[in-house]
Every structure is written in structure tokens, then in C-alpha cells.
Design a protein. Sequence first.
Length: 766
Amino acid sequence: MIKTFRMLRNIGQFDSVSAGATLPLARVTLLYAENGRGKTTLAGILRALASGEALPIVERRRLGATHPPHIVIDCSDGPPSQAVFENGSWSRTLSNIAIFDDAFVDENVFSGLTVEADHRQNLHELILGSQGVDLGQRLQALVAKIEKHNADLRALAVAIPEDLRCSVPVEQFCNLPFRPDVDEALQAAKRLLAAALQQDVVRDAELLPQLVLPSFEMPLIQEVLLRDLPSLDEQALEKVEAHVGRIGLNGETWVAEGMRRVDAGDLESCPFCAQDLSGSPILAHYRAYFSDAYRQHMQGIAQLLTQIESRHGGDVVAGVERVARVLGERRQFWTQYVTIPELGLDTAALAHDWRATREALATAIRAKQSTPLDSVVLSAEILDLTTTYQVWRDVVETLNETISEANRIIKLAKEQAAASDIPALEKDVVELQAIKNRHAPEIAARCDAYLVAKKAKSATEKARDRAKADLDEYRRTAFPGYEAAINQYLERFNAGFRLDQVIAADTRGGPTCTYNILINNTAVAIAGRSPAAGEPSFRNTLSSGDRNTLALAFFFASLDQDPQLADRIVVIDDPLSSLDDHRSLATVHQVRRLAGQVRQVIIMSHNKTFLCRIWDWADRADRAALQVVRDGAGSTLSPWNVDNDAITDHDRNHAALREYAAHDGTNSQEVARAIRPVLESFLRVAVPEHFPPSTLLGTFRNTCDQRVGKPNEILSVDDARELDELTEYANRFHHDTNPAWETEVINDGELHGFVVRALAFCAPRP
């Protein structure tokens, strides 16, 4: 509770007020002030105390004051028990204060003649109450957090250049999966695309050539080198060999040719000595030596040598080297379109080992040719050469297998190029290049940071969706209840309108609400497009009193929805502005009801009658009354005796008659003048339909006299006669019926009699 206004210094109309320290506030506190005296300033002080804001205080700094505002308010809770505003800030706040004043109307309902977007947003919070506001604030905080996520994501996205992303959207790029074979796949895709773009060239290009590396047929060579002629007579053989040996180099060949000529009949005598050969004993030996078997033996050796020369000669080696060069060139061409492994072959080393092997074997065969009947055994060195050559043949065989597989791939590439979908291949290249870029170390770190931020945003979005669902669920209950509460208050205030379609809405500016004003079952929307000239709107369908009634209904309805209502300090500043009398009474009833529900209620008004009605109802132990009065050029607080201001002229006149009738008195002139007003007041209540405020008492008496005994009789004959006599006496003391009223002589006994008769006439009737 607020206990006292201990100090009000340099704010509004208050210069240096400390009188409030002796004026305690109660659970029901009334504060009367004429307009312009400072009650709105007090409402602004309490509003600032609730929010802790300094601006409502600073902007009300007393004009001409040397020092800044200084305020001290005693509170019943704490510590601290005092709320002090000094040096531009509050020492504490009192957040449980709810205030109805011009600021409430301006913030939540309307400004001037219009309802703006800000009003509807604030009204949305008002309808939700503290619990709903907490839900809304949580939602707004999550929305703001998502905006922060979006800003972070934009910054992280900028760090991943579009060219590295290959124009792939950032999120899609960051989610590209890792492929361990991406380099190979990318290369293959690029080659397929290149082949598709060069279909004609690919179609006409030749396959890879294979290498042919002939063998040396070592089993045959070794068999020939070891072959002999067992049919030759050993003695003849020795003689022939001895003879041939004497001839010298190629002697055996020379003799063999000679025997061929002798046997052919070409020679009958020795070409050198002309001796007859028919009787020569050596010819028999030669004939056996140089038989068909021998000739075949020698031919085999010669053929073997020829075969080696033809199959392994220099041209053959050079041809293999040429094929190897073509192979390299074609491979280089095809690597643009397909993946082909290295087909390298050291042709120089191959040619060297090949020639060495060929020369070594040819030399051994020539040696055999020179001594055909001798077995020639290949040396270990020659065998090593043949082994090395065979290794080369194995290498070439493996290479040819690779070439065959490469040609298979090349043929497939030709087919694919002929039937390729170039856009699809281009897309494959882009995706694979993007995958490769995505998982490069530097870009991978940036993408991982982006995905972490994206995951955080997703989690916040889920929390936002849950918060929105919670808020929507709360609003589904709160808004219909609030609409019903408002309409209930509007009904109590006898308003000629009600609200319809009080619903929540979500906009980019935040949660808001809309509603229609229903007049004569016709809806007038307060949101949306501005009404055209001549169309009904909030501006032209509600009077000033209607608008203030609506604002007051909003305030009371919001309190009804407040779960913390019992702990509230409710401050109401001038709720009767522009209200009709019948709405004033309804407001009194609502304030009385509210006072029994809250911790403290403080009512400020310039209308004494309104405050007096509340005062009469309040418990004496729980009520207090203050007033703001003029103090020189400013204002100050003082006690307010409500009872004195609550007594009407009728109350005072009637009391004067009662006092005189009981005790007599010295104010006989005033008592005499009071008789007629008492009679008039009584008749206005007793027969209001016949004696309205504009009717004169004389005219009313004449009407009563005329209707005595008739169906439309107003007063009985006795009452009419009594009223005539009482009025005739009372008229003696009023200037409008007696010019000498001030000098009229009063007889105490006569006056006493007429006073008693007047009180009896105005007494309640059975």
C-alpha cells in the first residue's frame, strides 16, 4: 500500500509540499482537486513509480524551479519502505500499481478521435494480462533471437563466396555430403562432359594400339644348338673334320656346296687339280657327311638364324618403339574424355635388352653353324638376357591387358558421347565441384559454422512455435472472456453500443488485436483502411462520453482478467470525464465493487458528488480523504472533510427544521425561509411526474386543487389544504412572493407550529 506522500518538491504545481507526510492514505483513499490543481501530476508520479521511469517526472519539472524534482513516498512493503525519486532516478519501484488516467487511454484505447496500431498493440497486452504478456514477451524474445540468427547466417553466408558454391544455395551447399572419391568422380564427370561437347571428334578418334613383342622360342633354339648327326661314320667324320679343318673358315660350307654340285653332276673332276673324282676315297666320306640329314640340320640352323633376324631385327624393334609413341599420343588424347591409367614403357631399355638378347643368340647360332656337328650350350649370361627379355614380354602382356580395358572404356565413352544429355552432365560437374569445394578445409570450417548457426536457429524456431502455440491457446480463452467482460461493463454503464469480434492478430510489428463496435447491430471496424468521407467510423459514431466509457470498460475488464488483482494498488484519475449522470452512478458502483477486491484503491476526481457517494459506502476504518488546494502560486495537500461537502441544501434545510422543532433556536429567519425549499424537495421526490424541476409550487397547488376528488387526483383534499396553508405561510419569507420578506415579523410560536406541520407533511407515508 501507499501510506503517505511524504514529499512533493519541484514537480508540476507542487513547489515544496511536506504536508502530505501527516496525511495518511487508507485502503480506500479519495483525493479531490479542482481541474489544474495537480491531481493528474499525482497520477503521473504513481505511474512513474510503477514503471521506474524517470521521464514522466522529469517532463513535469516545475516551471521556474531551480532544483530538479524530489519525491518521497512511504510504502507499507519493503525494504526499503520509502520510494525516493532524486537525481533523475527512483530508489525502488512499486510494480503492482494499475492506473486509469489519460495516459492509459492514450496508450491503450485511442488518441483524439482515432484508434492507431499502437493502441491495438498495447490493448493486446492489456487483454493478455501479466501471464499472457509474459507469453507474448517470450515469443517476441524468440522472434528477436531468430532475427539475430538470420543476421548471423547472412554474415556466415557472405563468407562462403558464390563462385566457390558454384551458385548452389548456401544451405544446400553446406549440407552436401562428403565423398572420398570426389576427385575421381569430378574428373570422370568433366571427361564425360568434354566427350559430349566433342562428339564428332570422339566418334572418329582411334582406339589405343597394342604392343607386339615376339618371343625367341628358346626351346627350339636350345634344341638346334644341341643337335648332332649320329648316322655319320665316326672314322669318316674324323677324316672329314680333319680335312675341313685344314681348309679353314667356312670350309665345311664350302665342301658341302661342292658335294651338292658333284651329286648334281655339275662336277666330274676337282675344280682345282682337275683330278678325276670318281675314284676319290674322300668323296664317300663327304657323301655320308653331307647327306640329306646333314643338309636338313644345316638348313635348320640357317632358318633359325634367319628367323631371329626377321622377327627381332632392327625394323621390328623400331616398329615397337613407334607403336609405343602412338600409344602415348592416343592416351594423351583420350585422357581428356576418360580415365586411363599410365601406360608408360621404357622403350629405350627394352630396345637395349632386346638387341642384346638377339645378338647373343645370333652369335651362338652362328657358332653352331660353323661347327654344325658340335653341341653349343648357351652361357649363363645369354640365359640371363633371355630371362630379362621375357620379363619385358610379361610387362607388355600386362600393358596390353590394360590397353584392352582402356579401349573398352573408350568404346563406352564413344557410345555415351553419342547419346549424352549435356545439361545433365553439366549439372553433375557443378554438383561434384561444389562437393569438392564444400569439404576443402577452409570452406569446411565456414560451412560447419553455418550449419551450427542454422541448427541453433532451427531450435529457436521450434521454441518460437511452442511459445506461439502457448500464446494462441491462452489467447483463445483470454480474448472471448475479455470481450464478454467489456460488454458486461458497457451494459452496466448503459452504453448504447457493444464490442464484437475482439480477436488477436499477429503482424510484422508484433501481436495486436482488432475489434468492431456494434451499434444497432451494425459493425464499425476500428482497424484496417481509413474510412472514406461519409462512412461510419470510430471518429463519428461514438460521443466523447462513449469513448471514455469504452476506455473505462477496457480498464475494469483488464482488472477482472488479472490473476494478481488482490495485490493491486488501483489508481483511478477522473473517471467521470464526459460521462452522463447515469454512467456516473454506474462508475460509483464499479469502484465500490473493485475496492473490495484489491489491496488499495485511490480515486482522484474534481467531482465531489461522485467522491462523496464512494465515501458514504466505504468502511470508516478503511477510508481516507485528501484534497489538493491552492497554496500561493502552487498547490499543496490538505485533509478533506467529506461529510461537510456531502451535505446538500435540502439536508441542511431539513436539519434546520428538525433542530428548531426539537429545541427552538435563534435563527428563526433562516428556519422560516427553509420551509418552502423542504416542501419543494419532498414533492419532487414524492410526485416527480407532476412536479418536475421547472414547475412552480403555486402552479402545482392550483393543479392539485383542481383535481381533488377526480380520477387524476394528485393530493387528497386534506393534503392539498395542508400544502396550501403551509405554502401561504412560507411565502411570507421569500422575495418573489413578498417584497418585504426581510422585515417580516416572526412569531416563535407560530413558526414552531408551521415547522412541525411541514415536517409531518414531508414525513414518509404508509
